[in-house]
Design a protein around this ligand. Structure first.
Ligand SMILES: Cc1cc2nc3c(=O)[nH]c(=O)nc-3n(C[C@H](O)[C@H](O)[C@H](O)COP(=O)(O)OP(=O)(O)OC[C@H]3O[C@@H](n4cnc5c(N)ncnc54)[C@H](O)[C@@H]3O)c2cc1C
Ligand SMILES: NC(=O)c1ccc[n+]([C@@H]2O[C@H](COP(=O)([O-])OP(=O)(O)OC[C@H]3O[C@@H](n4cnc5c(N)ncnc54)[C@H](O)[C@@H]3O)[C@@H](O)[C@H]2O)c1
Length: 464
């Protein structure tokens, strides 16, 4: 079979791979992106873009139901799931078309639609979606194949038609009672969204609290908010069995009080993600994976094979679009600009888009305490934020951890309306070495949510 030669091959049209491919092509390298499904990858097609579009619909339903709180008359709210989906599809299509245009219209760049597998360290075979195969070789190959829903080994799980992050967004009607297995980002964003669309929702979380990587006070506030919204939250729940019933699905869960059934019409599985590495034939290339199948890379993103790199979620670690995008910047700097940029020590901000959202940067209080540093903790309820009060949205709190010796901010959690934006402002202060006292004394326009930073840093938890 003829082997076609490229300067660079990108496998998977993910969040880092697409801009990297374009940059390499613009640099004059003959580059190909191989994608087996949708260009734009998870984020654009079945992740960030569609979920945040649907979260926006859910928030409108929530506010519409609260119309009277604002002195506005509203004679009933009905969610039209078909219209919600159509809106979501239109937004996704717009982003996907943008990715497609860039991949197909950039000079030196081509898109090959099919599934790639290694046949040697620098050679791959593509099984084309349209039929047939092609062999490609390049000095540099980038693996950007992402992750997918992990299915837990629970008795009977395959006997029901469980939903995942993709299929739950394609439902034709609002589920009567959605059971959500898991207590992380995907579980919580969808749980609240479907509750607002009108479903009864039960979250069944194995860990002893929701969002278990956060500080305990953050987890408890999240549970409180979801419960207020009418979501049933069950924690420390081991699911022993899943069965099909005439009404849908039954889980047998074991908690402190014993074994009991949780019944619903639909089941969403959101218990973490597994890497898309099986189809890649990595063993034929000599690319090593860890015990969970994630591609092993060094701090410059190179795998165990020289010239073969891992980008984004497939290499494990924080699974966020902005991290995959930063992987692109690291590779661009090192391969095209003669620099030596590492992934070590980079900040990992993130926002969980339940409502109100949780914006996070840097260390949690627990992580900061574990360093042994002398720290101060600033915490303030959203009810003290003038703008939040005026907007009638006072749920949540802001919290920051400060180095008691240097006054530098080590981390923050902003669980409140616009929490992601306020956490980003704190991140910018951290990047610039701006101290907590400088934020306290800064002049911020009134009444913005960010103005709360004056008050947040005015008083610490252990101060009189
Ligand atoms: C429901 C949901 C909501 C999310 N929300 C957010 C959010 O709000 N903010 C955020 O930062 N992150 C969010 N994420 C995470 C974010 O989507 C991912 O971190 C991001 O998409 C990772 O990009 P990536 O570069 O790893 O590749 P991906 O975007 O995962 O793309 C990988 C691509 O590789 C293709 N592929 C796989 N194997 C092969 C093969 N053998 N041959 C050819 N092609 C292949 C796949 O079809 C896919 O298109 C969310 C994820 C989910 C599931
Ligand atoms: N807003 C965002 O940035 C965003 C949104 C969605 C997803 N993501 C990314 O996608 C990743 C995956 O999200 P996720 O929610 O699937 O995973 P996750 O790792 O965030 O959470 C998984 C949860 O499932 C629980 N769990 C594990 N096994 C279980 C079982 N058998 N029964 C019940 N619960 C169980 C865990 O205790 C944990 O709370 C996230 O880590 C994040 O990086 C980001």
């Amino acid at each position: 079979m003829d082997v076609e030669r490229f300067d660079a091959i990108v496998i998977g049209s993910g969040q880092g791979g697409n801009p990297l491919a374009a940059a390499m092509a613009e640099h004059g390298w003959k580059t190909v992106v191989v994608e087996r499904r949708f260009v734009g990858g998870t984020c654009v097609n079945v992740g960030c873009t569609p979920t945040k579009t649907m979260v926006a619909s859910a928030r409108v339903a929530y506010l519409a139901r609260r119309a009277a709180d604002f002195g506005v008359e509203n004679r009933g709210v009905r969610v039209d799931m078909a219209a919600v989906r159509a809106r979501k599809d239109a937004v996704v299509e717009k982003w996907r078309a943008g990715s497609y245009k860039r991949l197909t219209e950039t000079k030196n760049l081509s898109l090959m639609e099919g599934e790639a597998a290694f046949v040697g360290s620098h050679e791959i075979e593509v099984t084309l979606n349209a039929g047939g195969t092609r062999r490609l070789t390049a000095e540099r190959i980038f693996i950007d194949t992402g992750v997918r829903t992990a299915v837990p080994a629970i008795e009977g799980i395959d006997s029901v038609e469980y939903l995942n992050n993709e299929t739950v967004m394609e439902l034709g009607a609002i589920p009567e009672h959605l059971i959500v297995l898991g207590g992380g980002y995907i579980a919580l964003e969808f749980a609240q969204m479907f509750r607002r669309f009108g479903s009864a929702v039960t979250v069944v979380q194995k860990g002893d609290r929701l969002a278990e990587h956060e500080d305990e006070d953050v987890s408890l506030e999240i549970s409180q908010i979801l419960r207020e919204d009418g979501v049933e939250v069950v924690v420390s729940a081991e699911t022993l069995r899943v069965e099909r019933t005439s009404a849908g699905v039954r889980l047998t869960v074991k908690t402190m009080i014993g074994e009991w059934p949780v019944e619903g019409s639909h089941l969403l599985v959101a218990v973490g993600r597994v890497p898309n590495t099986e189809a890649l034939g990595l063993e034929r290339a000599g690319v090593e994976v860890d015990e969970r199948g994630f591609v092993k890379v060094d701090e410059w993103l190179e795998t165990t094979v020289g010239g073969v790199y891992g980008i984004g979620d497939v290499k494990g670690g924080p699974e966020f679009t902005h991290i995959s995008y930063d992987d692109y910047r690291v590779l661009k700097a090192n391969l095209l600009e003669g620099k030596k940029r590492s992934t070590k020590g980079r900040p990992v901000p993130y926002t969980m888009f339940m409502d109100p959202e949780l914006g996070r940067i840097g260390m949690t209080e627990a992580e900061a305490r574990a360093t042994g540093k002398k720290i101060k903790v600033a915490k303030m309820p959203m009810a003290w934020v003038a703008r939040a009060y005026e907007s009638g949205e006072t749920r949540g709190f802001m919290k920051a951890v400060v180095d008691a010796e240097t006054d530098l901010i080590l981390g923050a959690a902003c669980l409140g309306v616009n929490g992601g934006e306020v956490a980003t402002q704190i991140q910018i202060a951290m990047m610039g070495g701006v101290t907590a006292s400088e934020l306290r004394d800064g002049i911020w326009s009134h009444p913005t949510f960010a103005e709360a930073l004056n008050n947040l840093f005015s008083k610490y938890e252990d101060e009189e």
